[in-house]
Design a protein around this ligand. Structure first.
Ligand code: BG6
Length: 969
């Protein structure tokens, strides 16, 4: 670009007109000039213009994008690029933010839009205005005109154009010539729309934890990418790196990180340096510690907006900080750093989001007190991985081919895998608390699972629909139990924890670093299809993928050597979303050629050719159609862009989060004391971690070898102990480790059922609620194939006065863990009528009496074949509580009672009815029951104090089932 001679001695208006000389002036342009004319003080006659800070020597003709920035002295100038394309003919009057560096010429791939208006020199009341036509842009300073004037003009123009178009449409039929006019009007509307884009506003992005690892590795790069992608679309930005680090250190750190930012491959190195330079100018570090610091930050943003006459679009706070810091930061943002009216706030949160359901709920409640749900963006970076982000679009765009295939009739199994070679060294503080299930399966793999399993919304680009369907997928997940998992731990782990956490030599960790989990979905689409989730550290390779393997029911008459990849139905048929790394080395979508040729959007995915010698999943690569992204993008860059565009479906909502924890927490609890299998790590793992499944049960394929590390810490296994039989309160007692105990109880129930059906043709079983019977229900559901369910009647011992669908309802527990897995005729299922006439346990509704009548009508002598009871820590049983006489005696077989804990209202079988049973089994499990077990062993018949002591079948049998923890402590 040449020196500034073309501009000398001109008024702004003349420059504008000159600028538009090569193109037909847009009416808006003229309108704007006339409306602003009076306001535009032609201070900017360029000859001898001496604005404060102007250095005409350095002033040059610059494309507008080179004039962004702030915080420096402002040389000034106006540009007109000689010989450049008409589209960039007029350059703005703009104080330059920095001296021109050499070598900034060249064809301009970025639209020369002024994104950031520099402070207007002159009096405080001077405002800057910006205008643009399709061909030219300018900045001007005006004492009277507000920046909003332009918006008004553009809105007016947009409205006027739209009205014109409408008017034409009405006359359209009568006047054929209107076609032309209509086209013109439509263009005008579009043009005006484009112009409005230029006023998108200013976005401040505050990166909290800007000096941390994640920020260094991914977030700054993601922000830079966002800047590159969006700055040409009418937004202006400022980036505030923040942390607790001192200002000096922080600045140095951030400066270093910014120096290392890279551009997409297709950007030339000089150009990249230039773009990086501009990004650096928009970025600054500040220390944020106290709420005053946040207040000051907000003031600075406001001052900048005002000073530069910018409209605020929104603020993004990216929390790259540990969760314990969330609450304080959230409070400060909420109280003093929210953007002004009309602008949005987005807070971005990084996992871990809690440790289990309860802690996640607490954290969510806390955050909810500061932010609206729509303001929160919980990141799961796997949702930003290109292959993962492609799952729904792929399902959508290949609906026709997949519609008939994506279900239990065709899918044999789904594998969702994330293998790592790294171990947890350096992170054991975190890892000890979380372990592989919380670190990877509860979030990354579960998210992927829902994308595969959810019903496809009609409109996959509707965030709301996607989130709703995702939540439904969570609801269809069948509960997990101990047998759904295999756990491992690499051998060096405990030593690393001892070293890093200063633990004694005797310390051995039980934290799993490897887990394989078998998941089932209880819905029509997926019933019976195993979903295998697996992840681990210190494995033989780093790779992530989702593999959908289809059933194969074909027989091929030709010999295998004649099978042709795209014709033979005998070759494996699979679809793989290859998340990354592994043999392939990059993200990809693979579809077996004998399935169908998939459609992937050609702008972003390209088909890749064969790589001879490369085999995946047992087949040569040539067996697949293989697609990979045209431009590989890091997950964080993808997600930062989605945050910016408010695409909530790529993030974890509170409901989604809690649903996921609700699914995983029971399993985590049940595995808390399990000793994981030790493995040496890397290739040496051999087949040690291979696992296999039957039904809903998963187990390692190989027997546990001799302990790799002998010594303390390894938990005794149940088989080390015999099932003990003795007496408790003069009745038979069966005691064992939980697994054995449940297995024994289930066997006994089945034997009782068989006997009853043989003798009477039916079996009446009354079951309690609560958590103790859950493993029993699961055991019955999954292991007792010979159980006479078709002849079994199921009754409830007690019920909470909540709707039957309520998760707290005992019936709901029975439904979730047993009923939905077995075939009991529905007329044999007898929930307690706690919810009648739309109210709960109202005396007038006589629910208790109704239940009693039902029992008396169906159960001979109202004598159940088996009643299963539990014992509370206060000695209650069923819903018969200490110090409350209801149901302890008297003629009423079923009663309404009050519990000391919520929900207070209950319905319960009475003691007399329970005692009519042929057999009563009392199941007591867990250390928490130790004290009451001891106490009750010593007390006599005192049902008022300890209702359990009143259980004594008049002619039937009573058997106690206690696990060792309850019995021995
Ligand atoms: C993180 C886990 O969420 O994901 C790490 O905390 C794990 O333990 C990482 O290593 C894996 O992510 P990626 O992108 O490397 O597959």
């Amino acid at each position: 670009m040449g020196p500034n001679k073309a501009n000398t001695g001109k008024t702004l208006e003349s420059v504008i007109l000159e600028g538009t000389r090569h193109v037909s002036p847009h009416p808006l342009w003229l309108e704007m000039i006339s409306s602003l004319k009076s306001g535009f003080t032609p201070t900017h006659s360029f000859k001898n213009s001496k604005l404060p800070g102007c250095d005409l020597e350095k002033t040059s003709l610059l494309p507008a994008w080179q004039t962004e920035g702030r915080g420096q002295r402002y040389p000034c100038g106006i540009g007109k690029e000689d010989g450049a394309a008409a589209a960039t003919d007029l350059y703005p009057l703009v104080p330059f933010s920095r001296p021109l560096s050499a070598g900034t010429r060249g064809p301009e791939p970025f639209p020369p839009v002024v994104h950031r208006k520099p402070p207007c020199p002159g009096s405080a009341s001077t405002r800057c205005v910006r205008a643009r036509t399709g061909q030219a842009r300018l900045w001007g300073c005006s004492p009277e005109t507000k920046a909003g004037t332009l918006v008004l003009i553009q809105t007016f123009w947009l409205a006027r154009s739209a009205l014109t178009a409408l008017a034409m449409l009405t006359h359209f039929k009568r006047r054929p010539g209107c076609w032309k006019m209509l086209a013109v009007a439509v263009c005008m509307v579009l043009l005006a729309g484009l112009q409005a884009q230029d006023l998108q506003g200013h976005v401040s992005i505050i990166l909290l934890g800007a000096t941390g690892d994640l920020a260094k590795k991914y977030l700054w790069q993601g922000l830079f990418q966002l800047y590159l992608d969006e700055v040409g679309k009418g937004y202006s930005f400022s980036f505030h790196g923040a942390a607790l680090t001192s200002t000096k250190q922080g600045q140095e750190f951030v400066a270093k990180v910014l120096e290392s930012l890279s551009c997409p491959e297709d950007v030339a190195p000089e150009r990249c340096a230039e773009l990086r330079g501009r990004f650096q100018q928009l970025s600054q570090y500040r220390r944020l510690r106290t709420s005053e610091d946040y207040m000051a930050l907000s003031k600075d943003i406001e001052a900048q907006l005002q000073h530069e006459g910018l409209r605020e679009a929104g603020r993004i706070f990216y929390f790259s900080v540990p969760p314990f810091a969330y609450a304080d930061i959230a409070r400060s943002i909420n109280s003093s750093c929210r953007p002004g009216p009309g602008a949005w706030l987005r807070v971005v949160l990084e996992k871990p989001f809690g440790h289990d359901r309860l802690s996640a709920q607490q954290l969510a409640t806390e955050l909810r007190s500061f932010f609206q749900e729509e303001e929160m963006y919980r990141v799961d970076h796997y949702l930003g991985k290109q292959a993962v982000a492609q799952i729904l679009p792929f399902r959508d765009q290949n609906r026709k081919a997949l519609d008939g295939l994506w279900n239990r009739h065709h899918v044999e199994r789904v594998e969702i895998i994330m293998k790592e070679t790294v171990d947890a060294e350096g992170r054991t503080g975190f890892y000890e608390e979380y372990g592989v299930i919380r670190d990877v399966l509860q979030n990354h793999l579960t998210e992927v699972l829902t994308l595969v399993a959810m019903e496809l919304p009609y409109n996959v680009s509707s965030s709301e629909a996607v989130l709703r369907h995702k939540l439904q997928a969570f609801q269809a997940l069948r509960g997990l139990h101990k047998d759904s998992a295999v756990l491992g731990q690499y051998q060096a782990y405990s030593g690393q924890v001892r070293r890093e956490q200063q633990k004694p030599d005797s310390f051995h960790s039980l934290t799993p670093t490897f887990a394989g989990i078998l998941v089932h979905m209880d819905n029509l689409r997926w019933e019976g299809v195993p979903f295998i989730l697996m992840s681990g550290k210190a494995l033989d390779e780093r790779v992530g993928y989702v593999r959908i393997l289809f059933r194969n029911q074909a027989y091929c008459a030709q010999t295998e050597t004649r099978w042709v990849a795209d014709q033979s139905q005998c070759l494996p048929r699979q679809i793989v979303f290859y998340i990354g790394h592994g043999e392939l080395g990059s993200p990809a979508v693979l579809v077996s050629r004998n399935l169908f040729r998939p459609f992937l959007p050609s702008g972003s995915w390209k088909e890749v050719g064969d790589r001879p010698g490369l085999r995946l999943f047992g087949r040569p690569l040539s067996d697949f159609y293989v697609y990979s992204p045209v431009r590989e993008q890091d997950a964080y860059s993808v997600l930062i862009s989605h945050i910016f565009h408010g695409r909530k479906d790529s993030f974890i909502t509170t409901e989604n989060l809690l649903a996921s924890w609700a699914f995983w927490t029971p399993l985590l609890d049940s595995l808390a004391h399990e000793a994981p299998r030790l493995y040496p790590g890397g290739a040496e793992n051999g087949h040690l971690l291979d696992f296999e499944f039957t039904g809903t049960q998963l187990r390692f394929s190989q027997q546990q070898p001799e302990q790799l590390v002998p010594g303390p810490g390894s938990a005794p296994s149940p088989s080390d102990f015999q099932v003990l039989q003795s007496k408790y309160r003069d009745s038979p007692l069966i005691s064992a480790w939980p697994e054995e105990l449940i297995a024994k109880l289930a066997d006994d129930i089945e034997a009782t059922a068989m006997r009853a059906v043989r003798r009477f043709g039916e079996f009446h079983l009354a079951l309690s609620g609560g958590s103790s019977p859950v493993p029993l229900f699961q055991q019955l559901a999954t292991r007792h194939y010979g159980f006479p369910w078709a002849h079994t009647h199921l009754w409830l011992v007690d019920e909470r006065c909540v709707p039957l669908r309520d998760p707290e309802s005992n019936f709901q527990g029975l439904q979730a863990h047993l009923l939905q897995h077995v075939r009991v005729p529905y007329y044999n299922v007898h929930p307690m009528p706690v919810h009648l006439h739309q109210r709960l346990c109202a005396e007038e509704d006589q629910g208790a009496q109704m239940y009693a009548s039902e029992i008396s009508a169906l159960v001979t002598n109202s004598s159940f074949d088996l009643v299963l009871l539990g014992m509370g820590t206060d000695g209650h049983t069923a819903s018969l509580f200490p110090q409350s006489p209801a149901g302890l005696e008297g003629p009423q077989p079923v009663v309404l009672t009050r519990s000391p804990s919520k929900p207070h209202q209950r319905m319960s079988l009475s003691l007399p009815l329970i005692n009519r049973a042929r057999k009563v089994a009392i199941l007591v499990m867990g250390r928490m029951k130790r004290e009451i077990t001891l106490l009750v062993s010593r007390v006599g018949h005192q049902p008022k104090k300890w209702p359990i002591s009143g259980v004594l079948p008049s002619s039937g049998q009573l058997v106690w089932y206690m696990d060792y923890e309850a019995f021995l402590g």
